[in-house]
Design a protein around this ligand. Structure first.
Ligand code: ADP
Ligand code: AMP
Length: 219
């Protein structure tokens, strides 16, 4: 199984991109590339990149394009990306999207497939406030909608569930502003390129997965 293209899941914070991109990546046998996860990993490991990204993420702002692109290019050069990949949280700005198009072309991939996750603002706030993630394997839970079997413990590996530092209400507000200003315009960019599919992602997880299965075919 492969995908033989880049799949981009676009949408605001809390729309369910991480939840669905893991599933679709597994279904098609390609890597799930979350730039947010990559930055969090760099922060946890106290790498130089993490030291730069940390205060920016804590404010709910976007990491500068040059740093994002360098990290993504390095990741795409690894052999596991040969059959395509699923982006979650990338691209987030117009320059990132334009540079990605060039990288994909240079690597022999055609245009990306882009799916825009649409969710109402009230539902986003509810989803983000209930989000908990496994501190070991990164599994995503929700205390309201998708709770673990034992409160606070990951079903998969027993890791402790934590709330992301940037899921605090004041930071969420800033992240939503960054999305509206810098990322939302990408929907128009991809629509003009003829590669945009719009998905009603306000439905329950299984319904969204089924709708995504219809839109995204593995090859
Ligand atoms: P994103 O990666 O877009 O920020 P996540 O996949 O982390 O979003 O999902 C945000 C929160 O919403 C998580 O707690 C997740 O369990 C929950 N969630 C994801 N999809 C749905 C859905 N369709 N219905 C209800 N809750 C959802
Ligand atoms: P996410 O896990 O996608 O919600 O991302 C968490 C944070 O990481 C964001 O609020 C940004 O600070 C940073 N980040 C992740 N991806 C990008 C990106 N493509 N461009 C800029 N900043 C990013």
């Amino acid at each position: 199984m492969a995908l033989n293209r880049a799949l981009i899941l676009l949408g605001p914070p809390g729309a369910g991109k991480g939840t669905q991109s893991k599933k679709v990546a597994q279904r098609c046998g390609v890597p799930h590339l979350s730039t947010g996860d990559m930055f969090r990993d760099a922060v946890t490991r106290d790498l130089p990149l993490g030291r730069i990204a940390r205060p920016i993420m804590e404010r709910g702002e976007l990491v500068p394009d040059e740093l994002v692109m360098k990290m993504v290019e390095e990741r795409l050069s690894r052999p596991d990306c040969a059959g395509g990949f699923v982006f979650d949280g990338f691209p987030r700005t117009q320059p990132q999207a334009e540079q990605l198009d060039k990288i994909l072309e240079a690597r022999g991939f055609g245009k990306p497939q882009v799916v825009d996750f649409c969710v109402s603002p009230d539902e986003l706030v509810k989803r983000i406030s209930g989000r908990r993630v496994c501190s070991v394997g990164g599994e995503i839970y929700n205390i309201h909608e998708a709770p673990p079997k034992v409160p606070g413990i990951c079903d998969r590996d027993g890791g402790k569930l934590v709330q992301r530092a940037d899921d605090q209400p004041e930071v969420v507000k800033e992240r939503l502003v960054a999305y509206e200003r810098q990322t939302k315009p990408l929907t128009e960019y991809y629509r003009r390129n003829g590669v945009l599919d719009v998905l009603d992602a306000g439905a329950p997880v299984e319904d969204v997965s089924r709708a995504l299965e219809k839109l995204v075919k593995c090859s």
